[in-house]
Design a binder for this molecule. Structure first.
Ligand code: ZN
Length: 545
């Protein structure tokens, strides 16, 4: 609006500059505006903000065959010679028209020499010559040219403006289209009227005589629908690889744009973050918002930003998208400082050498799928520390409140079958599970509340391949969700312990072993996880996360 006023004022004042710059994003209508401006300059009715569109000059400009106006593509005519030629032509007054107008599109593409040639003309402008420069990158125009030009900045039009314009058009041309579909088109045009119109055209020719619905529009535009996005977000945040790969397959089969998908996914993540931050969420998001931790969410979003960058630069977008999302989805859902603090502890705590049970280890060795996770099989030797560190963090560990836990289903027949299968395949673990409480939550996840006396089994299960084995058994008996190991006699940590924990966190801030790390990494004590060592540990040593 402001721009239109500026244009009109310029024309109404009849004070004409030798050069005008029209800048703005691609498709915003720079050359269109420049042409209207040219009409206003040369209209037979005089320099006017309202060109008549009927006189020969106006009609010639509309049809691009005006002798007084030359349109030059700056991207292909970049040489100094061509610019000099223009400068020569500029000296001649047109026979009929008021001004000789040069419209140079993509002017920033001109060579330096060409700009210099133009500059000479602009320094001593022939009175009847007007240069109109259209560009998406005004900062690339040399200062010397810019300072001699009047600059019109074309602002991105809002989605709402595009929407109402499209609505007007579809009413005028009796296009049968849903309001939601129109909004989708407007959003998809990303501020470009031209792109929006092209999209609308595409939809019209696709729909034929049918009404264009939102579903049809999103299918044609490759907009991944909401449900699909929600499923993807869940799969990524809750480490569900199988679903994730399923969804990605669908995405590529449909031929959707991976970049667009990732962008939409990130927008959804922001919604989830907002829900998490303010503590409320729409019904469709509430489940994710409750289950995901702030740390996991922020980290996933961080990684997505760099993924988007990598995706943009890659030639094989399918591979990159799969790779990036797999990486994010396989992140351990535990705060990474865990590893660091653990390293300190390992180095100075007396109970860092733990005895694993020998019989189980031998079996596990045979079950290993690859040599990557080599295990040192020796009843006396503990597993290499570094391996331990990299795997232990993979076990999802969740806190739940009492009420929630009460609602879990502990009578599910699958649990009995699971226990039986575990006893058969991993007798020691099975034995420990006999003393534990197992239940299945409404999402199908299996919660195992380990007793504190089962520390050795816990430790054993914290190793990736052992945990994997457990998951295999679970899925064999029909438990589709994740396995969540929890600590506590009954799985319920009371308020008392919370208080204790706060005290302990403060203590850890001052302990030399941890305080150095906390300050070195600018960290926080997030959570203290008790190892519940009975005899060896002396009782009051905990483990930090
Ligand atoms: Zn006219």
């Amino acid at each position: 609006e402001a721009l239109v006023r500026a244009l009109k004022n310029t024309l109404a004042s009849k004070k004409i500059h030798p050069a005008y710059i029209f800048s703005g994003i691609r498709g915003i209508g720079k050359t269109t505006v420049a042409r209207i401006f040219a009409k206003g300059l040369n209209c037979e009715s005089g320099i006017t903000p309202k060109p008549c569109n009927k006189c020969s000059s106006c009609r010639e400009i509309t049809g691009s065959y005006s002798l007084a106006m030359m349109e030059i593509d700056g991207a292909t005519h970049t040489s100094a010679d061509e610019a000099r030629l223009l400068a020569d032509i500029a000296k001649y007054t047109p026979a009929r028209d008021r001004f000789r107008i040069f419209l140079i599109d993509e002017v920033h593409m001109l060579s330096k020499a060409a700009f210099n040639a133009l500059l000479k003309t602009l320094e001593e402008p022939p009175p009847q010559a007007v240069f109109l420069f259209a560009t998406t990158e005004p900062h690339k125009i040399p200062e010397t040219i810019d300072s001699r030009s009047y600059h019109f900045r074309l602002k991105r039009i809002t989605e709402e403006m595009i929407y109402s314009y499209l609505k007007g058009i579809s009413e005028k041309e009796s296009i049968a289209i849903d309001d939601e579909a129109l909004r989708l088109v407007a959003r998809y045009g990303e501020g470009s009227m031209r792109d929006s119109l092209t999209i609308l055209d595409r939809l019209v020719s696709y729909a034929g005589l049918d009404k264009i619905t939102e579903n049809m529009a999103s299918a044609v535009l490759g907009v991944v629908n909401r449900d699909f996005l929600l499923k993807s977000a869940r799969a990524i945040l809750f480490n569900d690889m199988k679903t994730l790969y399923n969804l990605l397959n669908q995405l590529f089969e449909r031929g959707d744009d991976p970049e667009r998908f990732l962008a939409d996914l990130m927008a959804l993540m922001r919604e989830i973050l907002r829900g998490k931050a303010i503590g409320e969420a729409s019904e469709e998001l509430s489940q994710i918002v409750t289950k995901v931790s702030m740390e996991d969410l922020l980290r996933a979003m961080d990684l997505m930003v760099s993924s988007a960058q990598r995706l943009k630069q890659s030639l094989d977008q399918r591979v990159v998208l799969e790779l990036e999302l797999t990486k994010i989805a396989s992140l351990p859902s535990i705060v990474p400082i865990d590893k660091i603090v653990k390293l300190v502890e390992e180095s100075e705590s007396p109970f860092n050498s733990e005895i694993l049970f020998k019989g189980e280890e031998d079996k596990e060795e045979k079950r290993e799928e690859s040599g990557e996770q080599k295990q040192i099989v020796d009843g006396e030797t503990e597993k290499a520390v570094s391996e331990e560190l990299s795997f232990s963090a993979l076990i999802p560990f969740k806190r739940i409140d009492d009420e929630e836990a009460m609602s879990y289903d502990s009578k599910n027949p699958k649990i009995e079958r699971f226990k039986e299968a575990v006893s058969e395949e991993l007798p020691l673990v099975g034995n420990a599970f006999e003393k534990s409480q197992l239940s299945i939550d409404p999402d199908g996840n299996l919660h195992i509340f380990m007793q504190s006396s089962s520390a050795t089994v816990m430790k054993y299960l914290k190793e990736l391949q052992n945990f994997k084995k457990l998951q295999e058994i679970a899925s064999k008996v029909g438990i589709a969700g994740s396995i969540l190991l929890e600590k506590g006699e009954n799985g319920f940590d009371g308020k008392e312990q919370e208080k204790e924990e706060i005290q302990e966190k403060d203590e850890y801030k001052t302990k030399p072993a941890t305080s150095n790390f906390i300050s070195a990494f600018d960290g926080e004590v997030m959570k203290i996880v008790r190892k519940n060592y009975t005899s060896e540990s002396g009782g009051d040593d905990g483990e930090l996360e």
